[in-house]
Design a protein around this ligand. Structure first.
Ligand SMILES: [Zn+2]
Length: 290
C-alpha cells in the first residue's frame, strides 16, 4: 500500500521527543502535536537541548511529516482588537516553534466573528492576520487553515470561503487541512460514498486545489451531518462509519496528504493502535479493489 502517510495526534508532554516515542508506538509515519500549551496565550520556545534531543529521535524514527497544532484561543476573526492582536502573536510564536524544530507547518482553527461584526469583516481580519503571521515568521513553513464544523459566525465551513481566504492571503505557504468530521458536521459533505466524495473534492479542487490540502484530520463524527456540532469519534463508531473511510481512502487525489487521527481513542487516551489498524485496513482494502 505504497507510501501514504498515516498517523495521529500524539502527546509531547515530558519533552518534544516524547511525541516521536508515542508516534513509534503507533507505527505512525506522520504526526501532529502541540508545540506549546494549547490553552495558553503564551507559547514557550523549547530549549536548544530539547530540540536537539527531539531531532535525534525523529531521525531514527519512521516519522516523515510533522505538523503542529495551534492554541485553541487564537481567533484572528475576533472583533476585539486586543484578541485579534493576541491571536497574531500566539500563531506567530507557534509558527516560530514549527520553524525551530524543522516541522512542516502549523494547523490552526478558523475563528469566529461574533456580535457587532459582519462575516465580511471577520474574513478581512483573518486575511490580514494571516499575512502578518507569515511576515513575523519568515521561511517556508506552512500556515494551514483547518475547515470548521460551522454554525453561528464560525468561518471556514465551506470550500468557497476557505478558497476566498486562501487566494486573498496569496502565499505559497498557505495550505489547508481537511477535517472529515468537521466537513460532515458542517454539511460540506453529506455522506462519504464514492459519488459524494467525487462531487465534494471536485468542488474543493476548484476553490483551493487538492494539492494544497496537505493534511486530512481523519475523524469519525459523534454528531449527524449538518449538526454544526464538533465532536470527534473513533473510526467506525460514528455517523461517518467505516465504509465512509474506506471510500475516502480510495480517493487517489488525496493520497499525497498526511492522514492524521484526532480520535478520542477506544480507551479515551487519544489516537491508539486500534484506530491506526482500522485506518490502515481502509487503505489496504481500497488498494486491493483496483
Ligand atoms: Zn481537526
Amino acid at each position: 500500500m505504497n507510501n501514504i502517510l498515516l498517523g495521529g495526534h500524539v502527546s509531547a508532554s515530558g519533552g518534544l521527543h516524547k511525541a516521536i516515542e508515542n508516534a513509534e508506538a503507533l507505527g505512525a509515519t506522520c504526526i501532529q502535536f502541540f508545540g506549546a500549551s494549547p490553552r495558553q496565550w503564551f507559547a514557550k520556545m523549547p530549549s536548544p537541548d530539547e530540540i536537539n534531543t527531539y531531532k535525534e529521535h525523529l531521525k531514527k524514527s519512521h516519522v516523515q511529516a510533522v505538523y503542529l497544532h495551534a492554541a485553541y484561543l487564537a481567533n484572528l476573526a475576533s472583533p476585539s482588537a486586543e484578541s485579534h492582536e493576541k491571536s497574531i502573536k500566539s500563531l506567530s510564536e507557534h509558527l516560530a516553534i514549527v520553524t525551530a524544530i524543522g516541522a512542516n507547518g502549523l494547523i490552526f482553527h478558523m475563528g469566529s466573528g461574533g456580535k457587532g461584526t459582519t462575516r465580511e469583516e471577520a474574513i478581512k481580519k483573518t486575511i490580514s492576520g494571516m499575512k502578518e503571521v507569515l511576515k513575523n515568521v519568515p521561511g517556508t513553513t506552512q500556515l494551514i487553515m483547518e475547515n470548521s464544523a460551522g454554525g453561528g459566525q464560525k468561518l471556514g465551513n465551506t470550500a468557497h470561503e476557505l478558497g476566498e481566504i486562501f487566494h486573498a492571503v496569496n502565499s505559497p505557504r498557505v495550505k489547508v487541512c481537511f477535517d472529515t468530521a468537521h466537513a460532515f458536521e458542517a454539511g460540506a459533505i453529506t455522506a462519504y460514498d464514492a459519488p459524494n466524495i467525487k462531487k465534494t473534492f471536485d468542488e474543493w479542487d476548484r476553490h483551493i486545489g487538492l494539492a494544497n490540502i496537505v493534511t486530512i484530520h481523519t475523524n469519525d463524527s459523534k454528531t449527524v451531518c449538518n449538526s454544526n456540532h464538533d465532536r470527534h469519534e473513533n473510526l467506525g463508531e460514528g455517523y461517518i462509519g467505516i465504509d465512509g473511510f474506506r471510500a475516502l481512502a480510495a480517493e487517489k487525489r488525496l493520497h499525497h496528504a498526511a492522514w492524521i487521527l484526532e480520535v478520542p481513542g477506544f480507551d479515551n487516551n487519544g489516537p491508539d493502535l486500534k484506530n491506526m489498524e482500522l485506518l490502515r485496513k481502509c487503505f489496504a482494502e481500497s488498494s486491493t479493489k483496483k
